[in-house]
Write a protein that binds this ligand. Structure first.
Ligand code: ZN
Length: 497
């Protein structure tokens, strides 16, 4: 696995990674004290492409010099800087290098934010989902190569050159934080990518327990019988057609002297077939990803102690499978949620809001300062914000806007969608208090959010609809697959409290 180290000078690096801006300037060459005629000639020759994301390699000493195109420095973002770090690290690995040093922080913003972007881009970008392959892709062609070097073709260490003085001190702190944020993101991604024949609700609960033991938080798990007895009717209704029983996991990180209580809720539908309102077969395999909110929550809990978080943080994940069977919930069924609200289930595929309804009631028993939920909730989110943004909404606009700012700082962009009475209206039921889909095809993400808002009551609450960004076909530095979208936004908020 790739290691990122903050340095003030490269140490035994066999590759130097330097950014080039759109004016073909590469100040990093000076920072490294490099004289390389081939690179100088390429910089001087306008016919050599060095645009954003271009990577060119030049032999240098016993190793390599890589020039990476930054594009217009004014247009850089966390995501773009991270993408360049990933591209450079991968190119260095492909050249057989083991230790690279990069001036990307100095080439860009020269601060803690750039350091965070480089660290996260390199580490998150390094994860390939090859844990289920019997042979690793790099070594599949040569079966003996894996024995000689299981990490053949991969960079082992990225040394990040930091600025001197106060900016350097802040940047060094940013590395420590970004290492843990990236660890949580990758942990969530590996959990998310685990298929539903392994990742059942019970397996997910075991994963939470294992992290609790290792990383200092308590874990309590309620099963089917207990949940039914205690009146979690909306949650149990979704799971009633499945042989793999539902679980409600509560993770409690409670440091001494904590003043605030913050609750994070993550939707955990381990597989969503749609239930009796069955989804079409095309892409149904992606529905193992309907548990990403829960994976984010479990992974997030694992880094709080090491980040020195001073608040009590409670993570709650309702875990179910949504499957059709003779015992499954039917469209038209009316269930009673934990807080007494009755809900008519017009479509069994709108199950996320049902399990979240009961998770929210449970969350409120902790009398938290706020609740944030993360959920792959609505297909409408794809239309509203697409694969680059998380949709953020809440029962206080100021709080939602604060989270939008957090999303920028965290390098996990989000955008604010509205809440209001007009959306509440769409959730009112004909025969029950609420219905789980609206009969309009407009504003699906806001209406889905409004359904959850009902269960937040007067507790400060925000909802991250991560449905469009939680898995991608390779946006920014993410390999195709789950992205843990939303995790870093919530982590940023916890650290800012
Ligand atoms: Zn569904």
């Amino acid at each position: 696995m790739l290691q990122v180290l903050p340095v003030t000078a490269p140490d035994k690096a066999d590759c130097l990674l330097v950014g080039v801006d759109d004016k073909r300037k590469a100040p990093g060459l000076k920072a490294f004290g490099i004289q390389n005629d081939a690179a100088a000639a390429a910089l001087a020759d306008a016919n050599v492409p060095l645009a954003f994301k271009a990577v060119r390699s030049f032999p240098h000493g016993k190793g390599w010099l890589l020039l990476v195109g930054l594009g217009d420095p004014k247009k850089l973002t966390q995501e773009k800087i991270g993408t360049l770090a990933n591209l450079g690290a991968r190119a260095a690995g492909a050249l057989g290098c083991k230790v690279a040093a990069t001036s990307l922080v100095l080439d860009t913003w020269k601060d803690a934010a750039a350091t965070q972007a480089v660290t996260q881009g390199a580490l998150i970008g390094a994860l390939d989902f090859d844990q289920w392959k019997s042979k690793k892709p790099e070594t599949a062609a040569d079966p003996t190569a894996a024995k000689k070097d299981p990490d053949a073709g991969k960079l082992q260490t990225l040394q990040v050159l930091l600025p001197a003085g106060a900016a350097g001190t802040a940047a060094r702190k940013a590395v420590e934080r970004a290492l843990l944020a990236a660890e949580a993101v990758n942990d969530s991604r590996l959990l998310s990518n685990t298929p539903a024949n392994v990742a059942t609700p019970a397996w997910m609960a075991e994963q939470a327990k294992a992290r609790g033991t290792k990383h200092g938080f308590a874990v309590a798990v309620k099963g089917r019988a207990e949940l039914r007895r205690e009146g979690f009717g909306a949650l149990c209704g979704v799971a009633q057609g499945s042989l793999n029983e539902e679980k409600l996991v509560t993770m409690d990180y409670h440091p001494k002297g904590a003043k605030k209580t913050l609750v994070v809720v993550g939707k955990g539908v381990c597989f969503d077939s749609g239930g009796i309102s069955l989804k079409p077969g095309d892409k149904m395999w992606e529905m193992k990803y309907d548990k990403i909110g829960a994976c984010n929550t479990i992974a997030l809990m694992g880094v709080l102690k090491r980040l020195g978080v001073k608040h009590r943080v409670v993570g709650i994940t309702p875990l179910v499978e949504n499957l059709p069977s003779g015992a499954a919930q039917r469209p038209g069924d009316i269930v009673t949620a934990k807080d007494g609200t009755t809900i008519e289930v017009l479509n069994t595929d709108a199950e996320g809001r049902l399990i979240l309804a009961d998770a929210m009631a449970h969350a409120r028993t902790f009398e938290p300062d706020w609740i944030i939920d993360m959920a792959t909730l609505t297909g409408a989110c794809e239309v509203a914000v697409g694969p680059t943004h998380v949709a953020i909404m809440g029962n206080q606009d100021k709080f939602a806007q604060q989270l939008v700012a957090d999303s920028r700082a965290a390098g996990d962009k989000g955008w604010h969608l509205p809440q209001g009475e007009e959306f509440d209206e769409a959730n009112k039921g004909a025969y029950a208090d609420l219905q789980n889909i609206s009969l309009t095809n407009r504003a699906g993400s806001s209406i889905g959010g409004s359904f959850i808002k009902h269960f937040a009551k007067d507790t400060k609450w925000a909802h991250l609809d991560i449905a469009s960004k939680a898995w991608t076909a390779g946006v920014d530095y993410f390999a195709k697959g789950p992205t843990a979208a939303g995790l870093r936004i919530v982590l940023q908020r916890i650290l800012e409290e």
